[in-house]
Design a protein around this ligand. Structure first.
Ligand SMILES: NC(=O)c1ccc[n+]([C@@H]2O[C@H](COP(=O)([O-])OP(=O)(O)OC[C@H]3O[C@@H](n4cnc5c(N)ncnc54)[C@H](O)[C@@H]3O)[C@@H](O)[C@H]2O)c1
Length: 261
């Protein structure tokens, strides 16, 4: 129960990595605000109950707040609901994101705006309002709050055909560093996680490794499998827990070693 008594927001928590983080946080004792544009997971199947339902079925505490992270009024409502329900905001995980694969020549202005609005503007708005709340609340020990931004290994490199996405993720990594420097003095620890290829939206047994994109990812990953959402959740838990006391401005790859060569 490493997050007992803590309140956490996880954006994009209906599905995939965000859902795994929300479930892990609840198992560790946090009250979780599940934030997403949709309540139902993107994938379907027997286990496809909303994240809040899955948490409550395990005896955890969670509420759902519909949120489009690119809209300031939605972020305001998200922070207000969190404080109304649970009294404070200890942890913000900025996970909501959209993937877009295209070269610059095939990227329209609308495509660019959509990727930047969700990935980069969304993180900006969420961090801004969360930091305002965290500064205003009493610290627990030395720490007023922790923020973890889910970027991507693609923010560190120039991956082929991922123009707008890689630029947005590079911006998110840099935002983590900059905010960490400005707000460390207030007792706010701000870090990022940069996942490699994580399988989401399907069951591990149903992964089609003949898919050329997955086969390429597998060939680039030294660890003998692709990533799972739970791999990312473990790293986020460390950065959100009391074990993370003097770590700030760091972007931690969770990529099975992809970026190491
Ligand atoms: N899966 C990977 O291989 C991988 C690798 C690196 C980074 N990431 C990053 O991890 C994060 C989660 O990815 P995933 O694979 O779990 O994706 P996913 O598509 O399974 O889940 C993303 C969730 O974000 C929500 N979302 C989308 N737009 C939103 C918005 N405007 N406001 C609020 N919620 C919104 C979706 O509804 C969805 O529930 C993303 O930021 C992604 O860029 C994923």
């Amino acid at each position: 129960m490493r997050l007992s008594g803590r309140t956490a927001i996880v954006t994009g928590a209906a599905s995939g990595i965000g859902r795994a983080i929300a479930l892990r946080f609840a198992r560790e004792g946090a009250s979780v605000v599940v934030s997403d544009i949709r309540e139902e997971p993107i994938w379907s199947g027997e286990e496809a109950v909303p994240t809040v339902t899955a948490i409550q079925q395990e005896g955890g505490t969670a509420v759902y707040q519909q949120t489009d992270v690119s809209k300031a009024q939605d972020i305001d409502a998200l922070i207000a609901r969190t404080v109304d329900e649970f009294g404070r905001l200890d942890i913000l995980v900025n996970n909501a994101g959209v993937v877009f694969s295209s070269s610059v020549l095939d990227t329209s202005e609308e495509d660019w705006d959509k990727v930047m609005d969700v990935n980069l503007r969304g993180q900006f708005l969420s961090c801004k309002r969360a930091i305002q709340q965290m500064i205003a609340q009493d610290p627990i020990g030395e720490v007023r709050g922790r923020i973890v931004n889910i970027a991507s290994q693609q923010g560190f490199i120039g991956p082929p055909n991922f123009f707008a996405y890689a630029v947005s993720k590079g911006g998110m990594i840099q935002m983590t560093r900059q905010l960490a420097v400005d707000y460390a003095q207030h007792g706010i620890l701000i870090n990022g996680v940069a996942p490699g290829r994580i399988i989401t939206g399907t069951h591990p047994g149903e992964i089609d490794m003949s898919d050329p994109v997955l086969a390429y990812s597998r060939s680039r990953t030294p660890y003998p499998r692709l990533g799972r959402p739970e791999d990312v959740a473990g790293a986020v838990l460390f950065l959100s827990s009391d074990d993370c006391t003097f770590v700030s401005g760091h972007n931690l790859p969770v990529d099975g070693g992809w970026l190491a060569y």
